[in-house]
Design a protein around this ligand. Structure first.
Ligand code: G3I
Length: 334
C-alpha cells in the first residue's frame, strides 16, 4: 500500500536507483524494494569468502537467491566484489604448507575464480565492482598494503580487469572506493584509473561508494570528485550511498530515537546532494544505497557496535522520511 511516488519512476530519466540487499532483507523489505528500486547489489553474498570458502568449494546458494529476486522483480543487478583485501579467505594466498603462494599460482587461482563467478552470472549481472578499495587512505603510497600487492605486485589490478573482461565482454567493469570525494584519495584514485586506461585495461567506470554523513564531504568536494573522474571519459555510479547521522570521528554519541532536527538536516543534505547528482545525470548512471530503510544498516554496527543510525530515505517501518519528500519535491519541480 504505497501511495508515494516511486523513486525509480521519479528518477527514471536520471539514473537507476539501487539498494544493497541480503537474504534477510529481500524478505523483510521485499515490498519496499519492489516498489522503489530498479537495481540491487549483494551486500556480502558475492564476496570471495562467501562464494569460495575453500579451493574446491563454491557456495552459490545465497548469491543465486539474490539474482533470482532481481530477475523476478525486473531489477538490474550489480556484482560486488571480485578483488578486495577484506572478506577474502586465507587459502587463496597460501600453499599447502601455509606459506605464501607464488605470483603465478595466485593469478591462476584468481583467474579461475573470476571466470567461474562472472561467467555464471553473465546474463544477470550488468556491472561488476572488479577491484575494491585498493588505494591507501593516507600518506604518499598509492596502493594499500595487502596480500595481493605483496604476492603479485601492482599488476593484480590490471589482471583482474582483464580476467573479468574475458569472462563477460559485455559487463561494465568498475573500480570502487570510499572517501572518494576527499581530495587526497580522489587524486590517487584518479591517478590509478588514468594509468589503467593508458595501459589499455578494460575498465568502464568509477564507483563512488558515497558513505557520507550530515556534514562531510562538502558539496564542493563531491562536485570536484565527480568532474575529475568524469574527465577520464568513464561512467560513474554511486555504489554504497548512505548519509550517517554522525560525523565520522564521533564514535560515542548514542541516541535512542532520532531527533526531528537531525531528520531536517538530513533532508537538507539529501536535497542538495540529489540536485547535484542530477546535474551530472549524463555521467552518473546509477545511485545505489547501501541498504533501503533504517530498520537495517551496517552503520548500526559501525564504528560503534549497536549504536543506532538512520541513514536512508525510509524509516524503520519503511515509511518515507523528510529526506524522501524533499528529493521528490525538488526533482518534480525542475
Ligand atoms: O558471517 C558472520 C556470521 O556467521 C556471524 O554470525 C555474524 C556475527 O556478527 O557475523 C557475520 O559476519 C559479518 C558479515 O558482515 C555478514 O553479516 C561480519 O561480522 C561483518 O563484519 C560483515 O560486515 C560487512 C562489511 O562489509 C565487512 O567489511 C557488512 O555487512 C557490509 O555492509 C560491508 O560492506 C562494505 C562493502 O562491501 C565495501 N565498502 C564498505 C562497506 C561498508 O563497510
Amino acid at each position: 500500500d504505497f501511495t508515494e511516488p516511486a523513486l525509480k519512476t521519479v528518477f527514471a530519466e536520471d539514473f537507476k536507483i539501487g539498494a544493497a540487499v541480503n537474504p534477510l532483507t529481500i524478505q523483510s523489505q521485499e515490498h519496499l524494494l519492489a516498489y522503489h528500486f530498479n537495481s540491487i547489489t549483494a551486500e556480502n553474498e558475492m564476496k570471495f569468502e562467501s562464494l569460495h570458502p575453500l579451493e574446491d568449494t563454491y557456495n552459490f546458494r545465497a548469491a543465486d537467491q539474490l539474482v533470482a529476486f532481481a530477475r523476478e522483480h525486473h531489477m538490474a543487478m550489480r556484482g560486488h566484489t571480485l578483488i578486495w583485501h577484506n572478506q577474502t579467505t586465507d587459502w587463496l594466498f597460501e600453499d599447502k604448507g601455509g606459506g605464501p603462494v607464488s605470483k603465478e599460482i595466485l593469478l591462476a587461482r584468481v583467474k579461475s575464480h573470476i571466470q567461474t563467478v562472472v561467467g555464471r552470472y553473465k546474463e544477470e549481472i550488468y556491472a561488476w565492482d572488479v577491484v575494491n578499495e585498493v588505494i591507501a587512505d593516507e600518506g604518499e603510497e598509492l596502493l594499500r598494503q595487502s596480500k595481493w600487492l605483496d604476492i603479485v605486485g601492482p599488476d593484480f589490478i590490471a589482471k583482474a580487469f582483464e580476467f573479468a573482461h574475458e569472462a563477460d565482454p559485455k559487463a561494465l567493469l568498475f573500480y570502487n572506493d570510499y572517501n572518494e570525494s576527499h581530495p587526497l584519495k580522489r587524486d590517487k584514485i584518479y591517478k590509478l584509473v588514468k594509468s589503467l586506461l593508458e595501459q589499455g585495461v578494460p575498465i568502464h567506470g568509477v564507483g563512488l561508494q558515497a558513505h557520507w554523513n550530515l556534514y562531510d564531504p562538502s558539496l564542493d568536494d563531491i562536485r570536484t570528485a565527480i568532474e575529475k573522474y568524469a574527465s577520464l571519459g568513464l561512467q560513474l555510479q554511486l555504489t554504497e550511498l548512505d548519509v550517517s547521522m554522525f560525523r565520522f570521528d564521533d564514535k560515542r554519541m548514542d541516541l535512542k530515537a532520532v531527533p526531528a532536527e537531525l531528520l531536517e538536516l538530513q533532508a537538507d543534505r539529501y536535497e542538495a546532494m540529489f540536485a547535484l547528482l542530477r546535474e551530472y545525470r549524463d555521467v552518473i548512471s546509477s545511485v545505489t544505497f547501501w541498504g533501503a530503510a533504517d530498520d537495517y544498516t551496517w552503520l548500526d554496527d559501525f564504528p560503534v557496535r549497536g549504536r543506532k543510525n538512520w541513514p536512508f530515505l525510509f524509516d524503520e517501518g519503511h515509511k518515507p522520511k523528510p529526506a524522501f519528500h524533499r528529493i521528490i519535491t525538488s526533482a518534480t519541480k525542475s
